[in-house]
Design a protein around this ligand. Structure first.
Ligand SMILES: Nc1ncnc2c1ncn2[C@@H]1O[C@H](COP(=O)(O)OP(=O)(O)OP(=O)(O)O)[C@@H](O)[C@H]1O
Ligand SMILES: Nc1nc2c(ncn2[C@@H]2O[C@H](COP(=O)(O)O)[C@@H](O)[C@H]2O)c(=O)[nH]1
Length: 185
C-alpha cells in the first residue's frame, strides 16, 4: 500500500458503473466501496446499508445542513449523497476507496479531493445505453427517458474527467481501469 486513495467511477445511468465496480471488487477485495445514501425508494432486492442507506428527504436535508455529505446531488427527482466521515476514515487508513456516483457529484469531488482519480465511463453508443437500461428492467419507461435525457447532458462533460473508458467489452474496460489505478499507485 502506498497510502489511501479515492477512485471515482462516474458516467450515465445504465452504462455499467455498478457492474464494473462489482467486478473490480472481485479482483480486489481489499478495496473499499463507499455506500451512498438516497431518498429514492428501494428497488426489489436492494438491501439497506449494502446497496444504499435509504433516507427520507428530511433526514437527507439535515445531513446537508450538518455538512455530512462529501458530495451530494439531485438525480431524476431523488437525492444521493456520499457519507463524508466513512470515506475520510478509510482513506486515512490507507485504503483505496471507490465511489460510484453520478456526474455532478463527481465534478464536486475535484474540489474536496483534488488528487482523486476520476473515471468517466462511456457506452459504446446511446442505442446500447438505452438497451441496457431497458434490459435491466429496474426503471419505468418514463424513468428511462429521463435518465437518457440526462445522459446526453452528462456525456458533454466527459472531458472534465481524468480518464474516459468505453464499457463495450466488460473485461477490457475492467483491465483499463485496473491498469490506470495501478499506474497511479
Ligand atoms: N459491458 C457490458 N456489456 C453489456 N451489458 C452490460 C455491460 N456492462 C453492464 N451491462 C449491463 O447493463 C445494465 C446496466 O448496468 P449497471 O446497472 O451496472 O449500470 P450503472 O451505470 O451502474 O447504472 P446506475 O447508474 O443506474 O446505477 C445491467 O443490466 C448490466 O448487466
Ligand atoms: N452524486 C451521487 N450520485 C450517486 C450516489 N450514489 C449513487 N449515485 C448515482 O445516482 C444515479 C442513480 O442511481 P440509481 O441507483 O437510482 O440507479 C447513478 O448514476 C448512481 O451512480 C452518491 O452518493 N452521490
Amino acid at each position: 500500500m502506498k497510502g489511501g486513495q479515492l477512485i471515482v467511477i462516474t458516467g450515465p445511468s445504465g452504462v455499467g458503473k455498478g457492474t464494473l465496480v462489482r467486478a473490480l471488487l472481485v479482483r480486489h477485495p481489499e478495496f473499499y466501496l463507499s455506500v451512498s445514501a438516497t431518498t429514492r425508494a428501494p428497488r426489489q432486492g436492494e438491501v439497506e446499508g449494502k446497496d444504499y442507506y435509504f433516507l427520507g428527504r428530511e433526514e437527507f436535508d439535515r445531513a446537508i445542513a450538518a455538512d455530512e455529505w462529501l458530495e451530494w446531488a439531485e438525480y431524476a427527482g431523488n437525492y444521493y449523497g456520499t457519507p463524508r466521515l466513512k470515506v475520510e476514515e478509510k482513506v486515512a487508513q490507507d485504503k483505496l476507496v471507490l465511489l460510484e456516483i453520478e456526474v455532478v457529484g463527481a465534478q464536486k469531488i475535484k474540489e474536496t479531493f483534488p488528487l482523486a482519480l476520476r473515471f468517466f465511463i462511456l457506452p459504446p453508443s446511446m442505442e446500447e445505453l438505452e438497451r441496457r437500461l431497458r434490459d435491466r428492467g429496474t426503471d419505468s419507461p418514463e424513468a428511462i427517458q429521463r435518465r437518457l435525457q440526462r445522459a446526453t447532458e452528462e456525456m458533454a462533460l466527459r472531458d472534465e474527467f481524468d480518464l474516459q473508458i468505453v464499457n463495450d467489452d466488460l473485461d477490457l474496460a475492467l483491465d483499463a481501469i485496473e491498469r490506470a489505478i495501478e499506474k497511479r499507485r
